[in-house]
Design a protein around this ligand. Structure first.
Ligand SMILES: [Fe+2]
Length: 165
C-alpha cells in the first residue's frame, strides 16, 4: 500500500519524489536502494490495478498510484543520471561497454517518463470513473511495470554490484 505519498502541491524540483520518507533522506546509495524498493512496491500496486480491470477497480488506489508515479520515477532518474552514472564513469574499473550501457539506460529513463505521463492520465481517469479503454489501459500498465522491473533488475545486477558511496 502506498502510504508515504505527500498530498502537498507538486514541487518543481527534479529531486522531489513525493514520498515523505525518501524526500527526508540524504541522497546516497542507500537512498537509491530504498527508492528502488518504493518503485517496486508501486509496480505491485500497478499490477493489482491491472488485475482488477475491468470490474473490480479500486478508484482510490488508482488516484494514489497516479500521484506517486511521475515524481518517484523522475526523482530516481535524476539521482542516477547526476550522481550514480558520473561516479561509475569516473571509476578506474569502468569498461568501454559502460558508456553505451549508460546511454541506453538514460534512453529507457526518458521512455519511462513519457510512458508514466500517459499512465498517470489513464489512472486519473480510472480513479474518477471516466470511460477508458480497459484493454488498452491493462496493456499499458503491464508494459510499464514489467519494463520498470527489468530496468531495476539490470541496474542491480550489472551496475550496483560492488558500488559504494
Ligand atoms: Fe535507472
Amino acid at each position: 500500500m502506498l502510504t508515504n505519498i505527500e498530498n502537498s502541491k507538486i514541487s518543481a524540483s527534479d529531486t522531489w519524489t513525493g514520498n515523505r520518507l525518501l524526500d527526508a533522506g540524504k541522497r546516497d546509495l542507500a537512498w537509491l536502494y530504498r527508492a528502488h524498493a518504493e518503485q517496486l512496491a508501486l509496480c505491485r500496486e500497478l499490477e493489482d490495478i491491472a488485475d482488477s480491470l475491468p470490474a473490480s477497480i479500486n478508484r482510490q488506489k488508482c488516484i494514489y498510484a497516479a500521484k506517486a508515479l511521475g515524481p518517484l520515477i523522475k526523482g530516481i532518474h535524476h539521482y542516477e543520471e547526476t550522481v550514480l552514472f558520473p561516479q561509475l564513469q569516473s571509476s578506474p574499473d569502468a569498461t568501454d561497454a559502460l558508456g553505451p550501457t549508460l546511454e541506453r539506460l538514460k534512453f529507457e529513463h526518458c521512455e519511462d517518463e513519457c510512458f508514466a505521463e500517459e499512465l498517470t492520465d489513464a489512472l486519473l481517469k480510472l480513479g474518477s470513473g471516466d470511460q477508458v479503454n480497459m484493454e488498452a489501459v491493462g496493456y499499458m500498465l503491464r508494459g510499464f511495470f514489467e519494463g520498470i522491473r527489468r530496468h531495476i533488475a539490470f541496474e542491480r545486477e550489472h551496475l550496483l554490484q560492488g558500488v559504494t558511496d
